[in-house]
Design a protein around this ligand. Structure first.
Ligand code: ADP
Ligand code: MG
Length: 694
């Protein structure tokens, strides 16, 4: 619990310079009056009637008008749930949890009873559940077992304007399900103006607009381009705090680290102001925060005090914070981008779109006339930002998505009804990826292995290693490693005790790399009875470790459903590393200088991330989990391997060049580009031609 919480508490506590105060529940209005004051309440009957009369429906409304929390309840009150659950998808985990919590409070029930939520590796529902919030990814997983969505009477695809891959895929799947089930209702909600497009896709269904009350927002552009947006952000916040009238501030940053830093630095600066200026509460919001801390942002700001919230783009539309009069928008967000040419996915800080900028601006005009400080020039807004955000499906790795579609029997990928089809190159690259992992056979059909892989909600390289581990006899170790990889960084590194934290971390370091280091951490925590004091003493995030434990349990239950064995190899490090190679052989790199590596597949220059236990070590061959692009291309989660494992695990992908003639020492591992692309071309064409004819 404590570390993230501690950060919030200290920021909060220090800025108040005394014990944190429990503000308790909103007391300004009783729940019923709050519900009835929302704009959507005026439309209640019209909405319910329209949903009864139309199979598809698009609902557009300002953020905060009550779409997510109210419409599900109206449908429930009107009896829709007697015919099946009311499902509501969210692109973000945090939003699903926070909204489910809010609705259970409004309905006066325990979370998980009548109202529940499902996110990856966490299911808080019961057989009684009538309203279920979930991530779009989880509904996509359900479609695998139940393509007709028989459990549901209504499905709300919420926040559709976000255009996540899962929502885009669900458009197609639900449209198909609805054609077989005339009683099923599909509602798409959006906070922006894509409504016409959604309606056209869903057979020109009706669009209902919820009139929102919004106040004008003054936009202030930066006169000159800002070199350091963090610095200008902090300056702007200070300036607002000192010079402007009442009202809270919302700042959009790109991620957790940036937000934590800003909170700390701002705190130090505010301290220098002394008592002459009113107090400033500093709160971070990002998805890794525990939900108790997040709910603090919904509490009304105490009198004589201003609140500043540093948030990721989660606060653009997914959650609504009342009382914001000032928005500070540096103009960036972190997006997952896939480069099909090199087959890599990267988190990159990129400029936002004009639509996003306007959405951010709108947050300042919900309670009264507000101001939006754009830390970029007007000309950058007009000339450098794209009008709309590019749908994820057009920029992300589709391997997992295509594996799911194949597992649903959807082979005809070219004719799948995508609202915006992904580029053909990224589809073929995903197919290639799955073929290389042997999830697809030579004809492009799902293999037995591929079917098993599709049962695990994770990237195919991971599920491949997981299934291989059951064969190799190290699935206990592999489930631990994969669970640890799927949670937030477990190492806690507070700014004022970095050296101490680093010294503790080194004690867990495994000489062969980060995967085994993670295994070490987990096993030693387990050996200490999963104790909290062990985490505190060793600078580990207990909350993240607990989550890894839950994930491990979930994986084990999938194992038992699929009758896969859970076996332990007593920490046989070669066996574990070889098994990892079976999933990650594509992510291999060879050392080519003092500290530099080159990826084997395309020769990209990469280095070991400084946080890795292999930093400064000199192994010749490594595999990595992902590449992180910051000032340079870093490999994160790196493990040293023996090069012949590449050829042994993936003889269809690598060969040893020059081994015949020269000494073994000079032998080089090279990708089988020639053979590979020849094979792939004929296979690609034939499988595409086949699927077209079907
Ligand atoms: P929309 O989906 O249209 O953006 P919501 O249904 O999410 O709107 O929110 C409606 C209102 O409920 C907002 O004014 C918001 O402040 C309030 N609200 C939502 N979630 C919470 C929460 N967890 N705690 C307190 N209030 C909340
Ligand atoms: Mg909403």
């Amino acid at each position: 619990e404590f570390q993230n919480r501690q950060l919030v508490m200290t920021a909060w506590e220090r800025s108040r310079n005394r014990e944190p105060i429990e503000y308790g529940k909103r007391t300004d209005l009783p729940i019923r009056a709050q519900r009835e004051s929302l704009p959507v309440f005026q439309m209640r009957q019209q909405l319910v009637d329209a949903i009864r009369d139309n199979q598809f429906m698009v609902i557009v409304g300002e953020t905060g008008s009550g779409k997510t929390t109210q419409i599900t309840q109206y449908l429930d009150e009107d009896g829709f749930s007697s015919k099946g659950m009311i499902g509501c998808t969210q692109p973000r985990r945090v939003a699903a949890v926070s909204v489910a919590k809010r609705v259970s409070e409004e309905m006066g029930c325990r979370l998980g009873d009548d109202v529940g939520y499902t996110i990856r590796f966490e299911d808080v529902t019961s057989p009684r559940t009538r309203i279920k919030y979930m991530t779009d990814g989880m509904l996509q997983v359900e479609a695998l077992k139940d393509p007709e969505m028989k459990k549901y009477s209504v499905i709300l695809l919420d926040e559709a304007h976000e255009r996540t891959v899962a929502t885009d895929v669900l458009f197609g799947l639900l449209k198909k399900a609805a054609s077989r089930r005339p009683d099923l209702r599909i509602i798409v909600t959006s906070a922006t103006l894509d409504a016409e497009k959604f309606s056209a896709y869903f057979l020109n269904c009706p669009i209902i607009k919820i009139p929102g009350k919004t106040f004008p927002v003054d936009v202030l552009f930066s006169q000159t381009p800002q070199m350091d947006y963090i610095e200008s952000t902090l300056d702007t916040v200070m300036e607002i705090h000192i010079n402007e009238g009442k009202g809270d501030i919302l700042v959009f940053l790109t991620g957790q680290e940036e937000i934590d830093t800003c909170c700390e630095v701002l705190y130090e600066r505010v301290k220098t102001l002394g008592d002459t200026i009113q107090e400033l509460l500093i709160l971070p919001v990002y998805s890794a925060l525990p939900s108790e801390v997040q709910s603090k942002i919904f509490e009304p700001t105490p009198a004589n005090c201003r609140k500043v919230i540093f948030a990721t783009n989660i606060a653009e539309t997914s959650i609504t914070i009342d009382g914001i009069y000032f928005v500070v928008d540096p103009g960036f967000s972190k997006i997952n981008t896939y480069n099909p040419r090199v087959g890599m996915e990267q988190l990159v800080v990129s400029p936002i779109s004009q639509a996003q900028a306007n959405q951010r601006k709108g947050r300042a005009g919900r309670t009264g006339a507000g101001k939006c400080y754009r830390l970029y020039t007007e000309s950058a807004f007009l000339n450098e930002m794209t009008p709309n955000t590019i749908p994820e499906i057009q920029r992300q790795n589709l391997s997992y998505t295509i594996l799911m579609l194949k597992a649903m029997g959807i082979n005809d990928l070219l004719n799948f009804e995508f609202m915006d089809a992904p580029p053909r190159s990224s589809m073929t690259s995903a197919l290639e990826d799955l073929y290389n992992l042997q999830a697809l056979d030579d004809d492009g059909r799902l293999s037995k292995l591929g079917r098993l892989m599709s049962q695990f909600p994770m990237e195919p390289a991971l599920s491949k290693a997981l299934i291989e581990s059951t064969v190799q006899g190290c699935s206990d170790e592999m489930t631990t490693i994969i669970s640890m990889l799927s949670v937030q960084n477990v190492f806690y590194r507070p700014r004022d005790k970095q050296q101490e934290a680093d010294n503790k971390k080194v004690q867990f370091h495994h000489p062969y790399g980060d995967h085994l280091t993670l295994l070490n951490v987990y096993n030693r925590w387990k050996a200490n009875n999963y104790s909290k004091s062990f985490c505190v003493n060793n600078f580990l995030h207990e909350r993240h470790l607990k989550r890894a434990k839950d994930v491990k349990l979930q994986l084990e239950s999938i194992f038992s459903k699929l009758r896969l064995p859970l076996n332990n190899c007593n920490g046989n490090i070669d066996l574990i590393r070889r098994t990892l190679v079976s999933g990650f052989f594509r992510n291999a790199a060879k050392r080519d200088s003092e500290s530099g590596y080159k990826t084997i597949t395309d020769g990209t220059s990469v280095t070991v991330h400084p946080s890795s236990s292999l930093y400064g070590k000199d192994y010749d061959y490594v595999i990595y989990h992902s590449l992180v692009l910051t000032t340079r291309e870093y490999m994160s989660h790196v493990t040293a391997i023996s090069p012949q494992w590449l050829v042994e695990s993936a003889p269809h992908f690598y060969k040893v060049a020059g081994a015949e003639s020269e000494s073994r020492k000079k032998a080089k591992i090279v990708p089988l580009f020639n053979k590979f692309s020849q094979n792939q071309d004929s296979w690609r064409l034939s499988s595409i031609r086949q699927t077209k004819e079907r």
